[in-house]
Design a protein around this ligand. Structure first.
Ligand SMILES: Cc1cc2nc3c(=O)[nH]c(=O)nc-3n(C[C@H](O)[C@H](O)[C@H](O)COP(=O)(O)O)c2cc1C
Length: 344
């Protein structure tokens, strides 16, 4: 990595950032991702470090108050991560969202994140996630209700909306701030565009300029120079990294502390995650999650589809470790940047 980029980026991302009445010491955070941001994967990330916060998979606000971490697939955590973990909730009923937030506060997490960004049909049909951007009054009511119910930091994650007009997210950002949000994560894409078109980073700058609370920019940050560019171009206070963190779980350590991966790092991470899946999940739950990870991880390599196809056909972690070790016997060629855009 260019040493100039290196130093400028370290200086920016290692500055403390106040959020509500708490402070984070690093400004790169893991974006919330269903299935992918599970407890085992988060333990893998903690092996490398370099992040300020970890966002969980989204959780249904309706179910959360009764969710049992012993049985739940998504509502699980390690004691060590509690203080920098944020659970994300989705729902459309303000009092259900408030109750879910109370449960999260009682468990001692850093904060709660409200999902107004998910544009998956099954979530939007229930009028949750990004669907709420069509009814800003209800979205604001939800933020107010959550704010009133807890003292921990309240985050809102949202996207451009349903029309490609920057005035919409700018207006929403101000309303979320007025409703009591402590920080925003903004993904500048319209719904229902998943990730095919480029996110419009210029909208992040507009949102940042419109509010006085921290704004995390999000979308298509794949390397250190992209990271630096997003901060410099938009003035955002931090960056939420999604897919790249799955493909290269050391990216936070690399971009904030100068960690230097080599090909062994890739092999070791894939093996370690298989062990962590066994530690935290039953065989079927672990395999499902590992296979989702494998799609992103495989995109690092020329002929990575072979690796993915083999893993995907397997039904044992032991077999997966054999496949991974075989793949690395002759060192595979790494792509300069994995093509993550078409992965869902
Ligand atoms: C498989 C997958 C699952 C996701 N799940 C969620 C989610 O549960 N909640 C959410 O707010 N965003 C979710 N997202 C969106 C990401 O948080 C992020 O906004 C998006 O991937 C763009 O960031 P990136 O370019 O750094 O990946 C998901 C993205 C992916 C790829």
């Amino acid at each position: 990595m260019d040493t100039h980029i290196n130093q400028s980026l370290f200086d920016l991302v290692n500055q403390p950032l106040p959020i509500g009445d708490k402070v984070i010491t690093k400004r790169l955070v893991l974006a919330p991702m269903t299935i992918l941001g599970n407890i085992a994967f988060r333990e893998l990330l903690s092996h490398y470090g370099g992040y300020g916060l970890l966002f969980s998979e989204m959780c249904s606000a309706k179910q959360l108050p009764n969710e049992n971490p012993i049985h739940s697939g998504y509502f699980r955590w390690r004691e060590e991560e509690r203080e920098h973990l944020i659970f994300q909730i989705f729902g459309s009923n303000p009092s259900e969202m408030a109750n879910a937030a109370k449960r999260l506060e009682s468990e001692g997490f850093f904060g709660v994140d409200i999902n107004f960004g998910c544009s998956v049909a099954s979530i939007c049909q229930k009028k949750c996630g990004a669907a709420l951007l069509k009814t800003p009054e209800l979205a604001v009511k939800i933020v107010k209700a959550v704010r009133k119910s807890v003292a921990i930091p309240v985050f809102v994650k949202f996207r451009t909306g349903w029309k490609d007009d920057p005035n919409i997210p700018v207006d929403l950002a101000k309303r979320f701030e007025d409703a009591g949000a402590d920080a925003l994560t903004f993904h500048p894409r319209v719904s229902p565009d998943r990730r095919t078109r480029r996110p419009r980073w210029e909208y992040i700058a507009m949102v940042k300029n419109a509010v006085n609370i921290p704004v995390f920019g999000n979308g298509n940050v794949f390397d250190a120079s992209g990271c630096l560019k997003m901060i410099n171009d938009t003035g955002c206070d931090g960056i939420a990294v999604g897919r790249m963190a799955i493909a290269q779980p050391w990216c936070f350590a690399q971009w904030s502390q100068g960690f230097q991966p080599d090909i062994k790092t890739f092999q070791e991470a894939a093996i370690l995650l298989s062990r962590l899946m066994e530690k935290h999940y039953s065989a079927s739950m672990g395999l499902r999650r590992y296979k989702k990870f494998a799609a992103y991880f495989s995109s690092n390599f020329q002929f990575g589809h072979t690796l993915f196809n083999r893993i995907n056909k397997t039904d044992s972690m032991k077999e997966i470790r054999k496949i991974v070790n075989n793949f690395f016997r002759l060192p595979p060629r790494l792509f300069l940047c994995p093509n993550l855009n078409f992965l869902i």
